[in-house]
Design a protein around this ligand. Structure first.
Ligand code: DHB
Ligand code: FE
Length: 281
């Protein structure tokens, strides 16, 4: 059966792609951020996942305001990146795993999550930046992916509690897949940031650190906040922390933090990173 080896949650700021392209990893601005990934690289080298199930939010590359699914699951043989206008290089395509995708979709629809199924799907910086951060191989990706997209762009957004339940269902679906696969669950977005409006530049370190502290041990903590309250606490784009909740829920049970990093700011964003594992029963 497929096994979930752990969960990784990270921010996905586009400027990181520029820093990688210009080889600025050891630059004073970037070093505290990139250094955070070394323990995660060591962990990935040890557990060697075959597949990454990635909770992410599209920012207008694949879905636009005219058609906006609340939850969408990729079922493509390959996922292609495209220029979003950030002035950063596009990254090589990532292999999909359609058989695994359809298993997840069957299970999710069976559990009354009426997801949109995508046999073609462009992936934006919310997928490619974390891929480049986790596997700095220049695009020779050692994993195939199943992208799970959650709308954080056009309100109404799914509640934190609903995203948590989706994550739990994805976790159950992964573990019911009859194939010998090691699966890492990834959640990308957040932490606090707001790119527009009167509060542009808003960051809430106190809330972010409490969120990170609660995520492994009291994962339902954040589900007690409404979407409006989470936007107030974390900013209009900080709401991307819903991806962290879904990834944590997929991991299931009692969990522990293996590694974490928090650095402000990267561009306009409080950059967070966590690696969590299930506690031994
Ligand atoms: C930034 C952060 C994001 O999450 C994003 O999707 C785009 C830009 C930023 O801080 O620049
Ligand atoms: Fe974003």
């Amino acid at each position: 059966m497929a096994k979930i080896v752990g969960a990784i949650t990270t921010s996905h700021v586009p400027a990181i792609g520029g820093a990688i392209a210009r080889n600025l990893r050891t630059d004073p601005y970037w070093k505290p951020f990139f250094d955070g990934f070394a323990p995660v690289h060591a962990w990935l080298g040890k557990v060697r996942p075959d597949v990454a199930v990635i909770f992410y939010n599209d920012h207008g590359l694949n879905f636009f305001l005219d058609k906006m699914p609340t939850f969408a699951v990729g079922a493509a043989p390959q996922y292609t990146n495209a220029d979003e206008g950030w002035g950063i290089p596009t990254l090589p395509p990532v292999a999909g795993d359609p058989h695994f995708s359809w298993h997840l979709i069957e299970k999710l629809v069976g559990e009354e999550f009426d997801v949109t199924t995508c046999q073609e799907m462009l992936i934006d910086h919310a997928c490619t930046i974390p891929m480049a951060l986790l596997w700095p191989t220049g695009g020779a990706w050692p994993v195939s992916i199943v992208p799970v997209c959650i709308n954080t762009v056009q309100h109404p957004l799914p509640s934190a509690a609903r995203c948590f339940k989706l994550g739990e269902a994805v976790g159950r679906a992964i573990q019911s897949y009859d194939a010998d696969k090691r699966v890492v669950v990834i959640g990308t977005g957040g932490l606090s940031h707001q790119l527009d409006g009167q509060r542009a530049g808003f960051i809430n370190k106190k809330f972010d650190l409490e969120f990170m502290e609660k995520l492994p041990t009291d994962p339902l903590w954040a589900t007690r906040y409404s979407i409006g309250e989470l936007v107030e606490q974390t900013g209009t784009q900080g709401i991307e922390l819903l991806m962290w909740l879904a990834a944590r829920a997929a991991l299931g049970g009692a969990a522990k933090t293996v590694h974490s990093n928090y650095h402000i700011p990267i561009s306009n964003t409080a950059a967070g990173l966590m690696l969590m594992e299930r506690m031994a029963a």
